[in-house]
Design a protein around this ligand. Structure first.
Ligand SMILES: C[S@@+](CC[C@H](N)C(=O)[O-])C[C@H]1O[C@@H](n2cnc3c(N)ncnc32)[C@H](O)[C@@H]1O
Length: 282
């Protein structure tokens, strides 16, 4: 992949830096997203023998589910803008014994893959990071065979994701940056506004578009377990704080931890989180 835009270069650097953390916390991510991932795979109509595209695949957790679902006669192409995180996807597939997964480094808005190739596509927690998600949807659609489905998972609005809202607002405050519009392109909750992503699917040419929200709370023992996850793996928050000296970064993380301790109770630390699943047919 050549000639990355400044936005793509910055996104690559953010996720290359968070790659090891996202991989290391794979067990937490799997527990958190197992049920919505199953739902997304069902919505995409994924079946044995299919050739499937996994966009913004990250460290490949959901690629393993896809590899399992399509079986040895099917194939999964796991794509991501970050070569660093894709290396973990390739090694996770090898370790799980899936010979039917290949990786391909690509910006989701310029996949560089042939037209009308895939029987289905998914994108788990990636589309919201695109500066132009409509361009991404159009390029994914271009690679799908007629009748194929795309299913995506993004975060619902900030009022349904209070932990994300705390993370973002507190990081910006400590970095002396102004508050951000939570629906501005490229942000964590940028595609969460009800109806917006379904409209983009339709604009990109998908038909029979449907969307549903799903609660996917984090169940962890302690606030500190969530803090360890976000400190290692939350690329956008890490990148806001990265310019600060170490003591000011620590002060920001301490402030975040103090606020998130509100979710600690008798059943452990339960962090509310709501996802938006959207599907469309090519
Ligand atoms: C929150 S992680 C999700 C990874 C994985 N899908 C999962 O759910 O475990 C977001 C991923 O989106 C990728 N990403 C961000 N912007 C992208 C873009 N423009 N094109 C392709 N991938 C992108 C990042 O590199 C990162 O791997």
């Amino acid at each position: 992949m050549t000639d990355l835009s400044p936005a793509a270069t910055s996104e690559t650097a953010i996720w290359d830096a968070a790659a090891e953390g996202w991989h290391r916390h794979a067990p937490i991510i799997r527990r958190w997203l197992e049920r919505p991932t199953r739902a997304m795979i069902d919505m995409a109509g994924i079946a044995p023998g299919q050739t499937v595209l996994d966009v913004a695949a990250g460290a490949g957790d959901q690629s393993l589910d896809l590899a399992q679902a399509v079986g040895p006669t099917g194939h999964v192409t796991a794509t991501d803008i970050s070569p660093g995180i894709l290396r973990f996807a390739a090694s996770a597939a090898r370790a799980a014994g899936h010979a039917n997964v290949t990786t391909h480094r690509a910006d989701a808005a310029a996949l560089g893959l042939p037209a009308q190739t895939f029987d289905a596509a998914i994108c788990r927690l990636g589309l919201m990071f695109l500066p132009d998600p409509l361009a991404g949807l159009r390029d994914i659609r271009r690679t799908l065979k007629p009748g194929a489905r795309l299913a995506t998972m993004v975060f619902a609005p900030p009022d349904r994701n209070p932990c994300l809202a705390v993370l973002m607002a507190t990081a910006l405050k400590h970095a002396n940056l102004p508050p951000q519009d939570p629906f501005a392109p490229g942000g964590l909750t940028s595609l969460g506004r009800p109806g917006h992503l379904a409209d983009l699917f339709a604009k990109a040419g998908f038909h029979t578009v449907a969307a549903t929200t799903m609660d996917a709370p984090f169940h962890l023992a302690r606030t500190g377990d969530y803090m360890a996850f976000v400190r290692d793996a939350a690329g956008p928050i890490r990148s806001i704080l990265a310019a600060l000296p170490a003591d000011r970064q620590q002060a920001a993380w301490d402030d975040i931890a103090r606020q998130l301790a509100a979710f600690q109770g008798d059943a452990g630390w339960v962090g509310p989180n709501t996802l938006l699943l959207t599907v469309g047919t090519c």
